[in-house]
Design a protein around this ligand. Structure first.
Ligand SMILES: *Cc1c(COP(=O)(O)O)cnc(C)c1O
Length: 495
């Protein structure tokens, strides 16, 4: 006879793991059962049917809610570990990273003060140093922090850019607000992530402070247009605060010409931020790293290890080239980082983040880097890149399919000949509803159209493309063949 386990048992301490072990066993069994019940990349059915199923379990009586709800979560998941779940930059996490994440959850360190996270504070600091070296920053003078992702990293970058570039006469922008007479402007390509505009709004600059720079036919920032926009802003008495270059756009993986962006930013006294949330993964591979040549010239960089890094969410990384540029974020809170504690050798990462309580998201990354290694991770990135190239070749040679262009990273855009935009949108929903495939969607100018329009008047007309984002390094060529065949079959069925 076994005693009923105490549902209020704690996860930490010497006794915690013993309380946790059977619960983890329950979770693992339910995960396997749920995945088997799903039997594919995503649960089939309409949203209302799924919602009714979830509510039924939530409202019903259950002898083992952990088991039942975990099974529900898994059965109703869009699981990126299935090769046919390939819509977004939504990666299947490595088992070793998830196991490391369990340790983080059990111990619950919080990175806002040393006395909540002694080893975790050192681990994050060391990891930031390693990642600074990975991007080509001098380790001793760089600084950074783990973030919730590219969105928060872009906000931090533009905050530091604002406070560095607009600081004048010893006045601190973060305390006094932005002097409207300076008319700050940010420059990002039309294909940059929407979080740039959001950050501008949050920072009090306004979304319209972001000047959208046209892109070329391959969705890269058009340099002549950037040069012209910067010069025009200066002539108009505006202040170019930052150029945001994207290394791997979300829609197509396009990489802006980084060295030339760095030259132009320097010429106009602007901060250069490189949003490498997606393309930063290329730095793990010796073969692909040259795609990001020049990234080390950036003042700040965003990386997302929950994309091409196979970490559980959240694993964003923000890096600043110079530790001093963090000055405006420094805060002294007597209960967290009193000056005499710091003088006595107790460091604090409070001033690295806009957040206060903060998880030890560095830990799974540090474990992964030591288990799989940079070279091992690089091979996973290369494999996804190869698979995307394979899918692109298959699409190009198929008479019913049209390829947008060669994949820059691991994203492949394609269309079915003879289907219009609305039919592509419906086809994507049909694949989702049948549970056969989770594909993404992008609205971009056709590559040919875009090329013709470079430097021209209007932007190229947008077309709806289906998007295949390969982030599963264990997918095979035949998985991709099957996926393309499912897309065609579903299109033929729908007539
Ligand atoms: C994914 C992405 C972001 C947003 O990152 P989150 O981790 O979702 O916050 C920003 N920029 C680019 C280029 C991205 O691909």
């Amino acid at each position: 006879m076994t005693a009923r386990p105490d549902p209020t048992a704690l996860a930490g301490g010497v006794a915690g793991p013993a309380a946790l072990r059977p619960l983890v066993e329950t979770v693992l069994t339910a995960l396997a059962d749920g995945a088997a019940a799903r039997g594919g990349p995503v649960a089939a059915g309409r949203p209302d049917e799924l919602a009714a199923g979830v509510r039924k379990v939530l409202d019903g009586a259950s002898a083992d809610p952990l088991s039942e709800l975990t099974r529900l979560l898994a059965e109703g998941a869009a699981d990126p570990a299935d090769p046919a779940c390939a819509a977004h930059l939504h990666c299947p996490p490595l088992a070793v990273a998830v196991a490391a994440d369990l340790a983080v959850s059990a111990l619950n360190p919080s990175l806002d003060s040393w006395d909540q996270a002694p080893a975790a504070t050192v681990l994050e600091t060391e990891l930031i140093g390693e990642l600074a070296e990975l991007v080509g920053y001098p380790r001793e003078t760089a600084a950074g922090v783990l973030t919730s992702g590219g969105t928060e990293s872009n906000l931090l970058a533009l905050l530091l850019a604002r406070d560095t570039v607009l600081a004048a006469d010893g006045r601190r922008v973060e305390l006094d607000g932005v002097d409207p007479a300076r008319r700050p402007r940010l420059f990002a390509s039309a294909a940059a992530h929407f979080s740039v505009q959001r950050a501008a709004a949050v920072l009090g600059l306004g979304e319209r402070a972001v000047v959208p720079v046209p892109v070329d036919g391959a969705q890269r920032m058009d340099l002549r247009a950037l040069a012209a926009a910067l010069a025009a802003a200066r002539r108009a008495g505006e202040t170019p605060v930052a150029v945001v270059a994207t290394a791997g756009t979300t829609d197509t993986g396009a990489i802006d010409p980084l060295p030339a962006c760095a030259d132009l930013a320097a010429e106009h006294g602007a901060w250069l931020h490189v949003d490498a949330a997606y393309g930063g993964g290329a730095l793990l591979s010796d073969r692909l790293a040259p795609l990001l040549a020049g990234v080390e010239r950036a003042d700040s960089i965003a990386l997302d290890w929950h994309k091409l890094g196979w970490q559980p969410v959240a694993a964003g990384v923000f890096l600043a080239r110079r530790e001093q540029s963090y000055a405006s974020l420094a805060r002294r809170a007597a209960y967290l980082n009193p000056a005499d504690d710091e003088a006595a050798g107790y460091p604090s990462l409070l001033g690295r983040s806009l957040r206060t309580t903060r998880r030890a998201d560095a830990f799974p990354i540090a474990v992964t880097l030591r288990t799989v290694g940079r070279a091992g991770l690089g091979r996973l990135v290369e494999r996804c890149h190869e698979l995307a190239g394979y899918a692109a070749r298959r699409i190009r040679s198929h008479p019913e399919l049209e390829l947008w262009g060669d994949p820059a990273l691991t994203t492949v855009l394609f269309r079915l000949r003879g289907l219009d935009d609305a039919q592509h949108a419906r086809l994507r929903r049909r694949l989702l509803a049948t549970g056969r495939a989770v594909l993404g969607r992008a609205e971009v100018g056709g590559a040919e159209v875009g090329r013709a329009e470079v430097g021209g008047a209007g932007l190229p007309p947008l077309t709806t493309w289906l998007k295949l984002t390969v982030l599963n390094p264990h997918a095979t060529e035949s998985d991709l063949d099957r996926l393309l065949a499912e897309v065609l079959r579903t299109a033929h069925e729908s007539g």
